[in-house]
Design a protein around this ligand. Structure first.
Ligand SMILES: [Zn+2]
Length: 72
């Protein structure tokens, strides 16, 4: 007699539905965080810099080149 460890019923659990209302604040937060990150990687230098010196530029320099922002 053959027995299977996998139940033979084809009933799968219902997919969990997450309301958009629950996701929206996190999506906005992630978008703002992404824009800030892109700013610091791509535009934080020279006339558009928020912080003096070049330490932010040097810190994000590899990311700049990786993402194809003009650098030097
Ligand atoms: Zn560079």
């Amino acid at each position: 007699m053959a027995q299977s460890a996998v139940p033979s019923s084809s009933a799968r659990p219902a997919p969990v539905r997450v309301p958009v209302r629950d996701i929206l604040p996190w999506a906005v937060f992630a978008a703002v965080l992404g824009v800030v990150l892109i700013y610091f990687v791509g535009a934080e230098q020279g006339a558009t810099s928020l912080f003096g010196g070049t330490w932010v530029h040097e810190f994000t320099h590899d990311g700049r080149h990786l993402l194809g922002f003009p650098c030097h």
